[in-house]
Structure formats: C-alpha cells, structure tokens
Design a protein. Structure first.
Length: 195
C-alpha cells in the first residue's frame, strides 16, 4: 500500500490562521503533536486544547504523541550529552511504538508532526523523530516557515554542510556518508557547539 509522506512543521511564532494556512496548503488532514509538554506560555494559541479546537474547525484532526516521541523525557534528563540522550530515547520501546503509530497513520492520512521550533535543524522532530522514521523508509518532508517543502534528504545534506561533516565527493562511499551524517546529527543535537 502506498503511504503519504510524513510532513513536519514548527508552530514557531505564527498566528493560528497562518499555521492552519500552511497545513491546508500542503493538504495536511492530521497533526501529531510531538511536544513533550503541549503548552506554550508565550504562544497560548498553541496549547493543546485551543490548538485542537482551531484545527478541528479547519477539518484537521489533532493527536498528542509527546509521551512517546517528545524530546524531553524525564528518565533521560540526567544525561548531559544531548546526542547521547537522543540515542537513548530512540531505543525506548515507547519511542518505537510511537513511530509505529506514525507509520500506520501515514497509510491513510496526510500527517504532519508538529513541534515548536521554526527551523527543523533546531528541533527534535527532525533530529530525532524524522531521522528514525526515515531509517524505516518513510518519506519525510519538512514544511518550512515560508511554506516551502524540504525533502528529508535535502535537510540531511544541509545538516552535514552546516556541521562541516560532508565527505569529499570523490572518495565518499556509503560508510563515510553514514559516519558524516551521524556526526552532523550529533553536532546539531548539541547545538553545533562540539564538532
């Protein structure tokens, strides 16, 4: 069975109308909120209840998956290295079950994973969740703040360029590209502070 691509989006500082406009532009019919804490003091329109109501008014379903796919898991708070924390979170049974739910939903719905950050390179929805969905063969597209769609392969190329880990094309093979990509993901999880 063909699956829809899984989209990602950050609510950023958008107003609700702009945010809904981005979703409808890309024919999203369901949003999976992957924030660990589905509230925002700064942007209360993106708290769980008002957001779900606003999306329902636009014919878009809302579900919360932050317990399984959220980037702030209490059990891993003591791990100082963010890259190691993400690796450990990805190994959780609950995380894998959350990915299963996303993959299953993508068979029948055009789903967008939502978090807060505008830039996917600064958000666990791309650095953790999308990374592992892509490893399962899911097609991922990131909705950028201007409405453009960035395929996950382009995101990963941009990630490696930003981290400075792109292997030389003449000598690149699958192993060197995989190592460069692992380093880039780790650097981004750390905020590009330790390369």
């Amino acid at each position: 069975m063909d699956r829809f691509p899984v989209l990602t989006i950050g609510h950023s500082s958008h107003d609700v109308a702009t945010f809904r406009g981005l979703l409808t532009r890309h024919r999203v019919d369901a949003v999976a909120d992957v924030r660990s804490i589905p509230y925002s003091r700064r942007y209360p329109q993106f708290a769980k209840r008002p957001l779900a109501a606003a999306l329902k008014d636009a014919g878009i379903a809302y579900g919360w998956l932050g317990d399984a796919l959220g980037g702030r898991q209490e059990a891993f708070a003591a791990i100082a290295d963010p890259a190691e924390r993400y690796d450990r979170m990805a190994g959780r049974r609950e995380f894998q079950a959350g990915l299963d739910r996303v993959v299953a939903a993508s068979a029948t719905r055009r789903l967008a994973l939502m978090c807060a950050e505008r830039e996917p390179m600064q958000c666990h929805r791309a650095l953790l969740v999308s990374r592992h969905l892509a490893a399962r063969g899911a097609a991922i597209r990131h909705i950028l703040a201007d409405g453009a769609l960035e395929p996950h392969a382009d995101f990963e190329a941009r990630l490696m360029a930003t981290a400075g880990t792109v292997p030389p094309p003449l000598f690149a093979d699958d192993d060197s590209r995989a190592a460069a990509l692992r380093e880039a993901y780790a650097a981004a999880a750390r905020g590009f502070k330790r390369l």
